[in-house]
Design a binder for this molecule. Sequence first.
Ligand code: THU
Ligand code: ZN
Length: 285
Amino acid sequence: MILPSLLSAVCLSYSTPFVIPAETVNTLTEQISITREELLQQLVPFAQSLARPLISNYRVGVALLGKSGAIYLGVNLEFPGMPLNQTIHAEQFGVACARQHGETSLIAMAGSAAPCGHCRQFLNEVDDEGTLQIYVANTEGRTLPSLLPAAFGPKNLGLQDKFMIPLSLPSHPASLEERARIAALSSHAPYTLAKSGVALETEDGKVYTGSYLENAAFNPSLSPLHTALIALVADGQSYTSIQRAVLCEQRGAKISHEAVSCELLKQIAPGASFAKTMAIPEGTR
Ligand code: THU
Ligand code: ZN
């Protein structure tokens, strides 16, 4: 058992404590002779310390191992003033963070509590092979099919688009509007075909982008503002550091994130500006 404080110190020494590169994971596991799965479980209390549960004060933390060998942390984010369904669960955070860093497959996840039904449904979209090993409170690994038997999923809707895809990235310095458009192209939106993306600019000039991530059961979907906020929190920024937000949506789409995203932004970053563009042409697949 490593001292938790030592582990937190190692993580906090990176610019981004939510992402532990594969080389560091290898060094840590070799030096202290533990498996990657044991390391995942030992990172959970540190992940919990990074949660932002501004309503419940109930901290959830997860650690996810990607196919690349890197580890991603996830935490719950709650937004006072908003309906509870705007909450981001730690499991959703960890998965979105791994996807944003180019992971195309996940191997294992450890968490401070068993994933709730909503998270099992969210994970069902991601873990299409049913191979993800899930560790809860230091118990043996279990697979999603054992935690979510008789699952409802993409196949019920006649679809099986892959959730963990390599992302489109800007090839040159791009405006905030263009960054939001490129993020929209990496959406997982097979149910509405409404690709959408958000780009947030903070006061130090940094940009965080997020893509819309849909779920076959609809409600566990993450809006593009949610995933952009995940990128921002994973980089240790405060919500009030957001100065500008751009939402890019698709022309002729059946749904829009505009009203809810504008309201959420108003609650967490009252000083930020909000703009919408419709730079994705109708019919873009
Ligand atoms: N929570 C998670 O983050 N994951 C779960 O699967 C269980 C619930 C969060 C959501 C909310 O912020 C708080 O825990 C209380 O439900
Ligand atoms: Zn959950």
